[in-house]
Design a protein around this ligand. Structure first.
Ligand code: ZN
Length: 415
């Protein structure tokens, strides 16, 4: 009997064939992807990298950097790690060596890690133009303790263009200076915890703090976005009233910590240590540590900015209470203390470095005289700290070796 071709069977057969083809495609595709894993390009030369990117349909970006170990034109680092599965048109960033870092490069950039570091002292930032004040340029008062928003923006622009990059005060006192090759460290400090340092305008729809774009932090955040490599940070020294907005105290302090800023101690009532007794001195320092500990436990810095820079003498009988004492039955320790004036400080690797008595530059204008910003940065041109870009080494000029002090277990390179 002749078997009749059943159309249903034909359809089933076609479906089976299609499924088989799909399965074969899947297996093939999978095995193909296994073959397309990222290779290790470290130490490969630029020509090989370009060929590799082309063969694997990767979009290639190249960054150049000096290296301690890898020779010129060879790969130091790759953005896609070895064995990762590659996607079509994926972006691959490779860092290629500009050559081994050494004496030639140090000379080219005039590297000097025994050079001076500016610690800038600011107070209020008043939202005014410079020509709206009756004082010199950006000064808002006779002595230039407070500054206009226009002047503060100009200061930040100036520091950046002069090759300064910000570091945390707390890192500086610990000898951790992370600044790219050829750049110089800069530290910003704000005293008195004024509302113009951190002004809350209310809440955003998502519940976060709405920060005045013309307060100090607002302007700092503006520069954080403008210059990604500025490493914007600052230390704010507060008193009992914090930033003068009690309802937001907790949120402000947490916001600062979360966004890379530090909070230090400016004493409870802006005491003049010269006029205080033993008990009062310890209360003034210990109270602020206790307050900060209750709001942001362990997240503030144990650094005191001395009100009025007083006592101006480390041998004053109350000075020891700035550093150590007991308040409310609890011991406190201060790791560093800041004075009011007047010039840049030495490198933390200099034998004269004394973190318990650091000088600051008053951020004010005085036509290039009396240690104003212009004069201070003019002086720094000949003796500023210039980084080798490596946090783990201290690169110094051979003729400055006698100035070397604490080296924090880092390798010292002389040239
Ligand atoms: Zn003060």
């Amino acid at each position: 009997m002749k078997r009749k071709i059943n159309s249903t069977n034909v359809i089933i057969l076609i479906v089976i064939i299609i499924l088989l083809c799909f399965l074969i495609f899947l297996i093939f595709n999978k095995s193909n992807k296994i073959e397309n894993k990222m290779a290790n390009l470290i130490n490969k030369n630029l020509k090989e990298v370009k060929e590799y990117a082309k063969a694997n349909n990767l979009s290639l970006d190249i960054i150049y950097e000096y290296s301690k170990t890898i020779e010129k034109d060879k790969v130091i680092d790759q953005s896609i790690k070895e064995d990762n599965i590659l996607k079509e048109n994926q972006k691959l960033i490779v860092t290629v060596s500009k050559g081994k870092i050494g004496k030639e490069v140090y000379n080219e950039y005039n590297v000097n890690e025994l050079g001076n570091v500016p610690i800038m002292m600011y107070h209020k930032i008043i939202d005014m133009k410079n020509d709206e004040t009756e004082y010199t340029l950006g000064n808002v008062d006779k002595d230039g303790y407070n500054r206009t928003t226009e002047a503060f923006r100009n200061d930040l622009e100036f520091y950046y263009k002069e090759g300064y990059r910000m570091i945390r005060l707390d890192d500086y006192i610990n000898g951790d200076i992370d600044v790219p090759l050829g750049k110089s460290p800069l530290i910003l400090t704000f005293d008195d915890g004024d509302k113009t340092n951190f002004n809350v305008l209310g809440k955003n729809e998502d519940g976060t703090l709405k920060i005045d774009p013309n307060c100090a932090v607002g302007i700092l955040e503006e520069f954080k976005n403008k210059y990604k490599d500025f490493n914007v940070t600052a230390t704010f020294f507060v008193m009992d009233g914090l930033f003068g907005q009690e309802e937001y105290n907790e949120e402000i302090l947490n916001w600062l910590v979360l966004h890379g800023y530090d909070i230090g101690n400016h004493t409870k009532t802006h005491v003049n240590f010269k006029n205080a007794n033993e008990t009062k001195s310890q209360e003034e320092v210990g109270y602020i540590y206790e307050k900060l500990e209750s709001i942001i436990p362990g997240k503030y810095v144990n650094i005191v900015a001395l009100p009025y820079g007083s006592p101006g003498d480390k041998n004053h009988p109350n000075y020891k209470y700035v550093l150590n004492g007991v308040y409310n039955g609890k011991k406190y320790n201060t790791s560093a203390a800041l004075r009011v004036g007047w010039t840049s400080e030495v490198s933390p690797f200099n034998k004269n470095f004394d973190k318990t008595f650091l000088k600051r530059i008053r951020a004010y204008d005085n036509n290039g005289k009396e240690f104003d910003i212009q004069m201070s940065f003019e002086n720094l041109k000949t003796n500023k700290y210039i980084s080798d870009g490596d946090q783990n080494t201290i690169v110094i000029k051979s003729d400055s070796e006698t100035n070397l002090g604490e080296t924090y277990n880092k390798e010292v390179i002389k040239y």
